[in-house]
Design a protein around this ligand. Structure first.
Ligand SMILES: Cc1cc2nc3c(=O)[nH]c(=O)nc-3n(C[C@H](O)[C@H](O)[C@H](O)COP(=O)(O)OP(=O)(O)OC[C@H]3O[C@@H](n4cnc5c(N)ncnc54)[C@H](O)[C@@H]3O)c2cc1C
Length: 195
């Protein structure tokens, strides 16, 4: 049992995991490492001048690992269903449960459809601005919710929006994750480069 299960470990999934785990929710990510980022070179990710997509993924994985996200790399999710007050997720290796699930499988909508998430007239997963689907506490991100506008920064934003909505539900009030310069030393002890 974990607080949040994230299916997919690209920019969307790891962004969701970062925000959730950083703010106290135990988060498990399952990923098969077929992220499109391995084919990309970023010139259009705000704040990053020019970076190979795989290098970006290495940094992001290191970032979530340092916050304590459980990252089950190479473990494919084969099924997801509502279960009790949350969701049951089946993988090649076992069964997992969580009250929240974030689907971040890129363009693949299979799991969202299996879960019963409504689709739009365009055939993409219907999600609101918090990325919550028609199934309460189930979130969808990235290309599965958009016909064409596929960008890494949009996926990362989707993941953040999903996590903040989960955090707002858990804390009972609107939640935002703001840090100030004085937090840097105490929180990271020099882990993050001072560019
Ligand atoms: C050639 C190319 C160049 C690009 N260039 C740019 C660019 O310059 N700038 C830009 O912003 N974007 C670019 N993109 C797009 C960018 O890579 C995507 O928008 C971004 O990767 C989407 O992130 P995501 O997290 O939504 O999905 P993805 O990155 O696709 O990640 C989804 C992850 O989910 C995993 N997964 C899927 N199903 C399962 C399952 N059942 N169980 C466990 N894991 C699963 C996959 O293995 C994958 O790792 C490019 C894409 C391509 C193909």
């Amino acid at each position: 049992m974990t607080d949040v299960i994230v299916v997919g470990g690209g920019p969307a999934g790891l962004s969701a995991a970062l925000f959730a785990e950083k703010n106290g929710l135990e988060t498990t990510v399952f990923d098969t490492d077929e992220t499109w980022m391995h084919k990309a070179h970023l010139f259009n990710y705000p704040g990053i001048g020019s970076q190979d997509g795989s290098v970006y993924m290495d940094t992001l994985r290191n970032q979530v690992d340092n916050f304590g996200v459980e990252r089950k790399q190479g473990e494919a999710v084969t099924g997801v269903a509502e279960s009790g007050d949350g969701f049951g997720v089946t993988t090649e290796a076992g069964e997992y449960e969580a009250p929240y699930v974030v689907l971040a499988t890129g363009a693949s909508r299979d799991l969202a459809e299996e879960l019963g998430c409504a689709l739009t007239d365009e055939g993409v997963v219907d999600a609101d601005v918090t990325m919550e689907t028609s199934v309460d506490d189930a979130y969808a991100t990235g290309a599965m919710v958009r016909a064409e506008e596929w960008q890494a920064v949009i996926s990362a934003g989707d993941g953040a929006a999903a996590a903040l909505n989960i955090l707002s539900k858990e804390k009972g009030e609107h939640f935002h994750d703001f840090d100030v310069p004085a937090d840097a030393d105490s929180a990271f002890g020099g882990m993050v480069d001072e560019a």
